[in-house]
Design a protein around this ligand. Sequence first.
Ligand SMILES: Cc1ncc(COP(=O)(O)O)c(C=O)c1O
Length: 392
Amino acid sequence: MGSSSAQDRSTLPIDRLIASRSRSIDASGIRKVFDLGAKLKDPINLSIGQPDFAVPEVMREAAAHAIRENRSGYSVTQGIPDLHQAIWRHLERDVGWKGPTSDLGCIVTSGTSGGLLLGLMAVLDPGDEFIAPDPYFVMYPQMARMMGARCVTCDTYPDFRMTAERVEPLITPRTKAVLVNSPSNPCGTVLTGAEMADLVDLCRRKGVLLVSDEIYDEFCFADGREEGRCPSPARMSEECLLIRGFGKTYGCTGWRLGYAAGPMPIIQEIAKFQQYTFVCAPTPLQWGVIPAFDVDLSPVVAEYTRRRDMVVQALEGVTTVARPCGAFYAFVEVPRRLGLTATQFVERAIAERVLVIPGNVFSTRDTHFRLSFATLPAKLEEGLSILRRLMQ
Ligand SMILES: Cc1ncc(COP(=O)(O)O)c(C=O)c1O
Protein backbone atom coordinates (compact mmCIF):
# COMPACT_ATOMS: atom_id res chain seq x y z
CA MET A 1 0.00 0.00 0.00
CA GLY A 2 2.74 2.40 1.06
CA SER A 3 4.68 1.98 -2.18
CA SER A 4 1.60 2.31 -4.38
CA SER A 5 0.64 5.62 -2.72
CA ALA A 6 4.23 6.84 -3.22
CA GLN A 7 3.88 5.87 -6.89
CA ASP A 8 0.60 7.78 -7.11
CA ARG A 9 2.32 10.83 -5.73
CA SER A 10 5.11 10.60 -8.29
CA THR A 11 2.60 10.84 -11.16
CA LEU A 12 1.42 14.29 -10.02
CA PRO A 13 2.55 17.12 -12.31
CA ILE A 14 4.24 18.82 -9.37
CA ASP A 15 5.91 21.45 -11.54
CA ARG A 16 2.56 22.62 -12.81
CA LEU A 17 0.93 22.46 -9.38
CA ILE A 18 3.38 24.63 -7.47
CA ALA A 19 2.24 28.26 -7.60
CA SER A 20 4.58 30.82 -9.12
CA ARG A 21 4.12 32.68 -5.82
CA SER A 22 5.99 29.83 -4.09
CA ARG A 23 8.74 29.83 -6.70
CA SER A 24 9.38 33.52 -6.11
CA ILE A 25 10.35 32.77 -2.51
CA ASP A 26 13.74 31.44 -1.48
CA ALA A 27 14.35 29.43 1.71
CA SER A 28 15.56 31.72 4.50
CA GLY A 29 19.30 32.40 4.32
CA ILE A 30 19.33 32.27 8.12
CA ARG A 31 18.17 28.65 7.99
CA LYS A 32 21.05 27.86 5.64
CA VAL A 33 23.54 29.14 8.24
CA PHE A 34 21.71 27.13 10.96
CA ASP A 35 22.05 24.00 8.80
CA LEU A 36 25.77 24.64 8.34
CA GLY A 37 26.10 25.24 12.07
CA ALA A 38 24.33 21.98 12.90
CA LYS A 39 27.31 20.15 11.35
CA LEU A 40 29.86 21.97 13.54
CA LYS A 41 31.22 20.59 16.80
CA ASP A 42 31.01 23.20 19.58
CA PRO A 43 30.01 26.16 17.37
CA ILE A 44 30.19 29.75 18.63
CA ASN A 45 26.73 30.76 17.59
CA LEU A 46 26.39 34.50 17.03
CA SER A 47 23.51 34.07 14.62
CA ILE A 48 20.69 33.57 17.12
CA GLY A 49 17.67 35.86 16.86
CA GLN A 50 16.13 35.22 20.25
CA PRO A 51 17.03 36.19 23.80
CA ASP A 52 19.06 33.79 25.91
CA PHE A 53 17.20 34.14 29.21
CA ALA A 54 14.24 32.31 30.71
CA VAL A 55 10.65 33.51 30.34
CA PRO A 56 9.74 35.40 33.57
CA GLU A 57 8.34 32.99 36.15
CA VAL A 58 5.12 35.00 36.57
CA MET A 59 4.34 34.52 32.86
CA ARG A 60 5.12 30.79 32.86
CA GLU A 61 2.88 30.39 35.90
CA ALA A 62 0.02 32.31 34.26
CA ALA A 63 0.25 30.14 31.11
CA ALA A 64 0.47 26.91 33.13
CA HIS A 65 -2.47 28.01 35.27
CA ALA A 66 -4.58 28.67 32.13
CA ILE A 67 -3.78 25.19 30.84
CA ARG A 68 -4.57 23.58 34.21
CA GLU A 69 -7.87 25.48 34.26
CA ASN A 70 -8.57 24.13 30.77
CA ARG A 71 -8.71 27.55 29.14
CA SER A 72 -7.63 25.94 25.93
CA GLY A 73 -10.45 26.60 23.50
CA TYR A 74 -10.60 29.26 20.81
CA SER A 75 -10.67 32.83 22.02
CA VAL A 76 -12.59 35.56 20.24
CA THR A 77 -10.76 36.66 17.08
CA GLN A 78 -9.45 39.90 18.66
CA GLY A 79 -8.02 38.13 21.72
CA ILE A 80 -9.18 37.63 25.31
CA PRO A 81 -10.66 40.73 26.99
CA ASP A 82 -8.27 40.57 29.98
CA LEU A 83 -5.27 40.79 27.65
CA HIS A 84 -6.90 43.63 25.73
CA GLN A 85 -7.31 45.57 28.96
CA ALA A 86 -3.63 44.98 29.83
CA ILE A 87 -2.51 46.11 26.35
CA TRP A 88 -4.63 49.27 26.47
CA ARG A 89 -3.32 50.13 29.96
CA HIS A 90 0.19 49.70 28.60
CA LEU A 91 -0.47 51.71 25.41
CA GLU A 92 -1.93 54.57 27.42
CA ARG A 93 1.10 54.63 29.73
CA ASP A 94 3.61 54.17 26.93
CA VAL A 95 2.31 56.14 23.94
CA GLY A 96 -0.75 57.95 25.26
CA TRP A 97 -3.30 55.99 23.21
CA LYS A 98 -6.64 55.67 25.01
CA GLY A 99 -8.67 52.88 23.50
CA PRO A 100 -10.58 51.14 22.30
CA THR A 101 -12.60 53.84 20.56
CA SER A 102 -14.43 53.94 17.26
CA ASP A 103 -11.19 55.30 15.76
CA LEU A 104 -8.60 53.23 17.55
CA GLY A 105 -8.52 49.42 17.80
CA CYS A 106 -6.28 46.54 18.77
CA ILE A 107 -6.03 42.84 17.97
CA VAL A 108 -3.91 40.09 19.53
CA THR A 109 -1.99 38.29 16.78
CA SER A 110 -0.03 35.09 16.29
CA GLY A 111 3.37 36.65 16.80
CA THR A 112 4.57 39.89 15.36
CA SER A 113 4.71 38.06 12.03
CA GLY A 114 0.97 37.44 12.22
CA GLY A 115 0.34 41.15 12.78
CA LEU A 116 2.69 42.17 9.96
CA LEU A 117 1.28 39.68 7.48
CA LEU A 118 -2.37 40.47 8.14
CA GLY A 119 -1.66 44.21 8.43
CA LEU A 120 0.01 44.26 5.03
CA MET A 121 -2.75 42.07 3.56
CA ALA A 122 -5.28 44.60 4.79
CA VAL A 123 -3.72 47.44 2.79
CA LEU A 124 -1.90 45.95 -0.22
CA ASP A 125 -3.45 44.97 -3.52
CA PRO A 126 -1.39 43.11 -6.11
CA GLY A 127 0.96 45.62 -7.74
CA ASP A 128 0.93 47.96 -4.73
CA GLU A 129 4.14 49.02 -3.06
CA PHE A 130 5.41 49.54 0.45
CA ILE A 131 8.74 51.02 1.41
CA ALA A 132 11.03 49.25 3.87
CA PRO A 133 14.61 49.90 4.94
CA ASP A 134 17.57 48.13 3.35
CA PRO A 135 18.99 46.33 5.38
CA TYR A 136 15.59 44.82 6.21
CA PHE A 137 14.09 42.11 8.38
CA VAL A 138 14.06 39.02 6.12
CA MET A 139 10.28 38.64 6.08
CA TYR A 140 9.45 42.05 4.57
CA PRO A 141 10.27 41.41 0.88
CA GLN A 142 8.96 37.84 1.08
CA MET A 143 5.62 39.00 2.49
CA ALA A 144 5.32 41.42 -0.44
CA ARG A 145 5.89 38.54 -2.86
CA MET A 146 3.23 36.44 -1.14
CA MET A 147 0.73 39.21 -1.88
CA GLY A 148 1.90 40.02 -5.38
CA ALA A 149 2.93 43.41 -4.03
CA ARG A 150 6.35 45.07 -4.17
CA CYS A 151 8.67 45.89 -1.30
CA VAL A 152 10.61 48.96 -2.41
CA THR A 153 13.81 49.12 -0.42
CA CYS A 154 15.21 52.34 0.98
CA ASP A 155 19.01 52.27 0.97
CA THR A 156 20.09 53.31 4.47
CA TYR A 157 23.85 52.62 4.24
CA PRO A 158 26.17 53.49 5.90
CA ASP A 159 24.38 54.74 9.05
CA PHE A 160 21.22 52.57 8.65
CA ARG A 161 18.82 55.41 9.35
CA MET A 162 15.58 55.33 7.38
CA THR A 163 14.99 59.07 7.30
CA ALA A 164 12.08 60.87 5.63
CA GLU A 165 14.61 62.44 3.27
CA ARG A 166 15.64 59.00 2.03
CA VAL A 167 12.06 57.71 1.85
CA GLU A 168 10.34 60.60 0.07
CA PRO A 169 11.86 60.06 -3.42
CA LEU A 170 10.67 56.43 -3.34
CA ILE A 171 6.98 57.28 -2.90
CA THR A 172 4.91 56.66 -6.05
CA PRO A 173 1.17 56.61 -6.72
CA ARG A 174 1.30 52.86 -5.92
CA THR A 175 2.80 53.35 -2.45
CA LYS A 176 0.39 52.31 0.29
CA ALA A 177 2.69 52.06 3.29
CA VAL A 178 6.07 52.86 4.78
CA LEU A 179 7.38 50.18 7.11
CA VAL A 180 9.74 51.39 9.82
CA ASN A 181 11.57 49.06 12.18
CA SER A 182 13.20 50.66 15.21
CA PRO A 183 15.09 49.21 17.07
CA SER A 184 16.03 47.38 13.93
CA ASN A 185 16.88 43.88 12.90
CA PRO A 186 19.63 43.43 11.62
CA CYS A 187 21.34 46.73 12.62
CA GLY A 188 20.13 47.62 16.12
CA THR A 189 19.49 51.17 14.86
CA VAL A 190 17.11 53.30 16.92
CA LEU A 191 15.61 56.32 15.16
CA THR A 192 15.35 59.57 17.11
CA GLY A 193 12.02 61.16 18.02
CA ALA A 194 12.72 63.89 15.43
CA GLU A 195 13.38 61.30 12.69
CA MET A 196 10.13 59.54 13.60
CA ALA A 197 8.23 62.84 13.57
CA ASP A 198 9.54 63.53 10.04
CA LEU A 199 8.34 60.09 8.88
CA VAL A 200 4.93 60.67 10.48
CA ASP A 201 4.70 64.03 8.74
CA LEU A 202 5.80 62.63 5.36
CA CYS A 203 3.27 59.78 5.51
CA ARG A 204 0.50 62.19 6.48
CA ARG A 205 1.36 64.56 3.59
CA LYS A 206 1.50 61.71 1.08
CA GLY A 207 -1.54 59.83 2.38
CA VAL A 208 0.26 56.57 3.10
CA LEU A 209 0.13 54.36 6.18
CA LEU A 210 3.12 54.32 8.51
CA VAL A 211 3.55 50.77 9.84
CA SER A 212 5.88 50.56 12.83
CA ASP A 213 7.38 47.16 13.63
CA GLU A 214 8.35 47.63 17.29
CA ILE A 215 9.12 44.07 18.25
CA TYR A 216 12.30 45.23 20.06
CA ASP A 217 10.73 48.30 21.72
CA GLU A 218 11.71 47.23 25.25
CA PHE A 219 15.28 46.46 24.17
CA CYS A 220 16.33 50.06 23.75
CA PHE A 221 19.56 51.12 25.46
CA ALA A 222 19.97 54.36 27.40
CA ASP A 223 21.63 56.05 24.40
CA GLY A 224 18.63 55.21 22.17
CA ARG A 225 16.02 56.41 24.65
CA GLU A 226 14.43 59.84 24.83
CA GLU A 227 12.82 60.81 28.11
CA GLY A 228 13.47 57.25 29.20
CA ARG A 229 11.57 55.65 26.34
CA CYS A 230 12.17 54.21 22.89
CA PRO A 231 10.98 56.76 20.28
CA SER A 232 7.74 55.64 18.59
CA PRO A 233 5.61 57.31 15.93
CA ALA A 234 2.59 56.32 18.03
CA ARG A 235 3.43 59.16 20.45
CA MET A 236 2.93 61.63 17.59
CA SER A 237 -0.03 60.16 15.73
CA GLU A 238 -2.91 57.74 16.17
CA GLU A 239 -2.91 57.12 12.45
CA CYS A 240 -0.04 54.65 12.29
CA LEU A 241 -0.25 50.89 12.57
CA LEU A 242 1.71 49.69 15.57
CA ILE A 243 2.93 46.08 15.47
CA ARG A 244 4.45 44.73 18.65
CA GLY A 245 5.36 41.34 20.05
CA PHE A 246 6.09 39.51 23.28
CA GLY A 247 8.51 36.89 21.91
CA LYS A 248 11.78 38.81 21.89
CA THR A 249 11.12 40.98 24.92
CA TYR A 250 10.16 38.20 27.29
CA GLY A 251 12.09 35.32 25.72
CA CYS A 252 8.97 33.47 24.55
CA THR A 253 9.37 33.47 20.75
CA GLY A 254 7.69 30.05 20.56
CA TRP A 255 4.52 31.31 22.22
CA ARG A 256 3.71 33.16 18.99
CA LEU A 257 2.13 36.26 20.47
CA GLY A 258 1.98 39.88 19.43
CA TYR A 259 -0.53 42.63 18.84
CA ALA A 260 -1.47 45.20 16.26
CA ALA A 261 -3.01 48.54 17.24
CA GLY A 262 -4.03 51.52 15.17
CA PRO A 263 -6.84 52.92 13.01
CA MET A 264 -10.00 50.91 13.73
CA PRO A 265 -10.95 50.36 10.06
CA ILE A 266 -7.59 48.66 9.46
CA ILE A 267 -7.82 46.61 12.66
CA GLN A 268 -11.26 45.42 11.53
CA GLU A 269 -9.80 44.23 8.22
CA ILE A 270 -7.00 42.44 10.09
CA ALA A 271 -9.64 40.76 12.28
CA LYS A 272 -11.45 39.56 9.16
CA PHE A 273 -8.28 37.98 7.80
CA GLN A 274 -7.44 36.50 11.20
CA GLN A 275 -10.87 34.86 11.32
CA TYR A 276 -10.12 32.94 8.13
CA THR A 277 -6.42 32.19 8.73
CA PHE A 278 -4.99 31.99 12.25
CA VAL A 279 -8.51 32.08 13.85
CA CYS A 280 -7.04 33.40 17.11
CA ALA A 281 -3.69 33.60 18.89
CA PRO A 282 -2.91 30.62 21.22
CA THR A 283 -5.40 31.04 24.08
CA PRO A 284 -3.52 29.75 27.18
CA LEU A 285 -0.49 31.78 26.15
CA GLN A 286 -2.63 34.90 25.82
CA TRP A 287 -3.27 34.39 29.55
CA GLY A 288 0.46 33.88 29.97
CA VAL A 289 1.44 37.31 28.63
CA ILE A 290 -1.02 39.36 30.71
CA PRO A 291 1.53 39.85 33.54
CA ALA A 292 4.27 40.75 31.02
CA PHE A 293 3.72 44.49 31.22
CA ASP A 294 4.56 44.49 34.94
CA VAL A 295 7.86 42.64 34.52
CA ASP A 296 10.94 44.79 35.19
CA LEU A 297 13.21 44.25 32.18
CA SER A 298 15.90 46.70 33.28
CA PRO A 299 18.41 43.99 34.38
CA VAL A 300 18.07 42.30 30.97
CA VAL A 301 18.48 45.58 29.10
CA ALA A 302 21.55 46.36 31.25
CA GLU A 303 23.06 43.00 30.34
CA TYR A 304 22.47 43.54 26.60
CA THR A 305 23.96 47.03 26.90
CA ARG A 306 27.08 45.49 28.43
CA ARG A 307 27.33 42.98 25.58
CA ARG A 308 26.77 45.71 22.99
CA ASP A 309 29.71 47.56 24.52
CA MET A 310 31.81 44.37 24.30
CA VAL A 311 31.02 44.11 20.56
CA VAL A 312 31.78 47.75 19.79
CA GLN A 313 35.04 47.68 21.76
CA ALA A 314 36.24 44.36 20.32
CA LEU A 315 35.78 45.47 16.71
CA GLU A 316 37.09 49.00 17.15
CA GLY A 317 40.04 49.72 14.88
CA VAL A 318 39.53 46.72 12.56
CA THR A 319 36.21 47.63 10.94
CA THR A 320 33.23 49.97 11.15
CA VAL A 321 30.12 49.18 13.17
CA ALA A 322 27.18 51.59 13.40
CA ARG A 323 26.72 51.58 17.18
CA PRO A 324 23.55 49.58 17.96
CA CYS A 325 21.26 51.41 20.40
CA GLY A 326 18.70 48.60 20.70
CA ALA A 327 17.71 44.99 19.90
CA PHE A 328 20.66 42.55 20.18
CA TYR A 329 22.33 42.78 16.80
CA ALA A 330 25.26 44.59 15.22
CA PHE A 331 25.65 44.91 11.46
CA VAL A 332 29.38 44.76 10.90
CA GLU A 333 31.21 45.79 7.74
CA VAL A 334 33.68 43.33 6.23
CA PRO A 335 36.79 45.50 5.84
CA ARG A 336 37.14 46.43 2.17
CA ARG A 337 40.90 45.84 2.24
CA LEU A 338 40.15 42.09 2.58
CA GLY A 339 38.56 42.09 -0.89
CA LEU A 340 35.88 39.62 0.24
CA THR A 341 32.12 39.57 -0.08
CA ALA A 342 30.29 39.08 3.20
CA THR A 343 29.33 35.57 2.09
CA GLN A 344 33.01 34.71 1.53
CA PHE A 345 33.96 36.21 4.89
CA VAL A 346 31.19 34.28 6.66
CA GLU A 347 32.45 31.04 5.08
CA ARG A 348 35.85 31.78 6.67
CA ALA A 349 34.20 32.55 10.02
CA ILE A 350 32.20 29.32 9.91
CA ALA A 351 35.41 27.39 9.14
CA GLU A 352 36.61 28.78 12.50
CA ARG A 353 33.32 27.68 14.21
CA VAL A 354 31.83 31.19 14.39
CA LEU A 355 28.29 31.45 13.03
CA VAL A 356 27.19 34.86 11.77
CA ILE A 357 24.79 35.73 8.93
CA PRO A 358 25.97 37.30 5.66
CA GLY A 359 24.49 40.69 4.84
CA ASN A 360 22.92 39.61 1.55
CA VAL A 361 20.28 37.73 3.58
CA PHE A 362 19.05 41.16 4.78
CA SER A 363 20.07 43.40 1.94
CA THR A 364 20.67 43.92 -1.75
CA ARG A 365 24.36 44.34 -0.76
CA ASP A 366 26.75 41.67 0.47
CA THR A 367 29.21 43.84 2.38
CA HIS A 368 28.33 43.31 6.06
CA PHE A 369 27.36 40.50 8.41
CA ARG A 370 24.86 40.32 11.25
CA LEU A 371 26.22 39.44 14.64
CA SER A 372 23.80 38.64 17.45
CA PHE A 373 24.90 39.27 21.01
CA ALA A 374 22.06 37.21 22.47
CA THR A 375 24.57 34.66 23.65
CA LEU A 376 26.60 34.01 26.80
CA PRO A 377 29.36 36.62 27.33
CA ALA A 378 32.15 33.99 27.41
CA LYS A 379 31.09 32.65 23.99
CA LEU A 380 30.59 36.16 22.66
CA GLU A 381 34.10 37.12 23.74
CA GLU A 382 35.60 34.03 22.10
CA GLY A 383 33.68 34.68 18.87
CA LEU A 384 34.63 38.35 18.81
CA SER A 385 38.33 37.60 19.17
CA ILE A 386 38.17 35.14 16.23
CA LEU A 387 36.25 37.66 14.08
CA ARG A 388 38.72 40.37 15.00
CA ARG A 389 41.65 38.15 13.96
CA LEU A 390 39.92 37.31 10.65
CA MET A 391 39.46 41.00 9.94
CA GLN A 392 43.02 42.09 10.76
C1 LIG B 1 12.04 43.04 13.05
C2 LIG B 1 11.26 41.81 13.30
N1 LIG B 1 9.93 41.82 13.09
C3 LIG B 1 9.18 40.72 13.29
C4 LIG B 1 9.74 39.52 13.71
C5 LIG B 1 8.86 38.31 13.89
O1 LIG B 1 8.60 38.13 15.24
P1 LIG B 1 7.62 37.02 15.83
O2 LIG B 1 8.48 35.86 16.21
O3 LIG B 1 6.96 37.68 16.99
O4 LIG B 1 6.65 36.66 14.77
C6 LIG B 1 11.12 39.46 13.96
C7 LIG B 1 11.75 38.21 14.36
O5 LIG B 1 12.94 38.01 14.25
C8 LIG B 1 11.90 40.64 13.74
O6 LIG B 1 13.23 40.65 13.95
